[in-house]
Design a binder for this molecule. Structure first.
Ligand SMILES: [Zn+2]
Length: 202
């Protein structure tokens, strides 16, 4: 499996947070050892590793209708989509085909073609990933995700168990339901009203 390089991760983290690493210390050696800034990059790297690499996977004993071997999934999806859908990786923000995608149609699971979201569910969240305020009824399941040192709620395709992203509630977004399905673009394929199918090219 291929992971982003460390410099790429650092650049990405800059995109996330313009507060942590921006202080460019110009102090001498003595100050270097005393500066609390020095420890921050190490903590940030640990955070980045947890964010973009395979998480410590919780065993999922649910029997989803679509069952395939890991070899079959890997061959069908390719490395990036496999890493996200089957190993809970997260794509880098702003890199997905559907982040600012606003066409009419339906978003399906890239792993099994199960319809997950309608274009009408999508809204602009400026978070770096496609965001939906609701899903097609029953299409998406929820699981507790304790990685990154916090409790989040993972969302999965209820037909194949593929990892989609996470759901956040109570953010005060101006949407019919106050929830944000934060979905990796590479977990999805889009079917336009004229039948055209679009998915990320990697
Ligand atoms: Zn699926």
């Amino acid at each position: 499996m291929r992971f982003p390089s460390i410099p790429t991760l650092i650049r990405t983290f800059y995109a996330f947070s313009n507060t942590t690493l921006h202080t460019a210390p110009t102090f001498g050696l003595r100050a270097l050892y005393q500066s609390p800034q020095r420890a921050i990059p190490l903590r940030s790297m640990s955070f980045l590793g947890a964010l973009f690499r395979t998480s410590s996977k919780m065993p999922d004993t649910t029997k989803y209708p679509v069952q395939k071997t890991e070899e079959e999934w890997r061959a069908e999806l390719g490395s990036k989509a496999y890493g996200i859908l089957r190993n809970q990786n997260t794509e880098r923000p702003g890199t997905g085909e559907f982040y600012e995608h606003a066409k009419k149609g339906e978003y399906k699971c890239r792993g099994c073609d199960h319809p997950l979201y309608l274009a009408d569910h999508k809204f602009e969240s400026a978070c770096g990933w496609p965001a939906y305020w609701d899903s097609i009824a029953g299409a998406v399941g929820e699981k507790p995700d304790p990685t990154l040192g916090m409790m989040r709620t993972e969302i999965v395709c209820n037909n194949c168990g593929g990892h989609l992203g996470h759901i956040f509630r109570g953010e005060g977004n101006n949407t019919p339901k106050d929830q944000r399905h934060c979905v990796n673009s590479r977990s999805l394929k889009f079917v336009a009203e004229d039948g055209t199918v679009v998915e990320d090219k990697d």
